[in-house]
Design a protein around this ligand. Sequence first.
Ligand SMILES: Nc1ncnc2c1ncn2[C@@H]1O[C@H](COP(=O)(O)OP(=O)(O)OP(=O)(O)O)[C@@H](O)[C@H]1O
Ligand SMILES: O=C(O)C1=C[C@@H](O)[C@@H](O)[C@H](O)C1
Length: 305
Amino acid sequence: MEAATAVQRFHYSPSSWIDWRNFEGKPRGSLRYSHRTKENKRLTVIALSHLQPDKRSDLRQRSVSDKNSSALLETGDLLHSPFDEELRKAEEVKPYLNGRSMYLVGMMGSGKTTVGKIMARALGYTFFDCDTMIEEAMNGTSVAEIFEHFGESVFREKETETLKKLSLMYHQVVVSTGGGAVIRPINWKYMHKGISIWLDVPLEALAQRIAAVGTNSRPLLHDDESGGDPYTVALNGLSTIWEGRGEAYTNASARVSLESITSKHGYRNVSDLTPTEIAIEVCLRASSMLPIHACSFNFVSFDKL
Ligand SMILES: Nc1ncnc2c1ncn2[C@@H]1O[C@H](COP(=O)(O)OP(=O)(O)OP(=O)(O)O)[C@@H](O)[C@H]1O
Ligand SMILES: O=C(O)C1=C[C@@H](O)[C@@H](O)[C@H](O)C1
């Protein structure tokens, strides 16, 4: 039998990880993985965009390897793993969303990008990161450089333009918005074209995440000259930002509190939650807000329910 058409079981140990150098990458969407089996037959696997190589190896490792099991790989098909099984809970809400886009809002570091990619995968939606779109529109200038060379107001203009474009031109998208997208009322006009979900993460957990990767890419946390440790610097900066805009996040159609999910799962700390668990909760929360009758209309106005 042709190996290319055979369904094969691929065993990985909990500690192993597919070597990403074997992937011929596209910037977004699927990746094609080629691998020679012991029998020297070629096995080709399509992996989803969430499994793109990026610097978050800790999360990748956890997502796929934390359940000790085998993965069924089928040529030309999706990668089926225990991770996908878990995601089916999120996938089931898709019919109820009726193609509505999802806008994730939340403080910087709240996981909008990480969780948004997983949601997009589960729903078969396209994922967009607002900050990245702005950088691309500015010929690759980073957010930090835009703030430095052009000022925050130029960045905010671009942010509004980007949200406008996303809301008017696309549906079935998951958008990771910038942490400050909530401060301009006009942005809500665009985000309320879809379902906006606020990822509410305690500031201490945010400070831990941000301290772990540094504040270089986060211009609003740069100015601290106290000489404190990275966690304290991040926490102080986040607290100041929160005072100015905490209220604005409540404009979102729904709030997903990581503290609530933590206790629902019987965990002790917010940091025990996996991004997948959070993504599932966001999808369930979004669909639970939809009145049943609204599901029979395509793209009914979805201003705050
Ligand atoms: N559930 C989680 N548990 C632990 N770390 C996480 C989790 N979600 C995200 N992170 C980590 O937190 C950091 C910020 O995540 P991410 O970039 O997804 O946040 P964001 O909300 O998109 O941030 P920003 O608004 O600054 O773009 C990353 O280093 C990411 O790996
Ligand atoms: O919280 C904020 O205001 C920001 C968050 C980031 O996502 C970027 O949009 C930018 O650094 C501003």
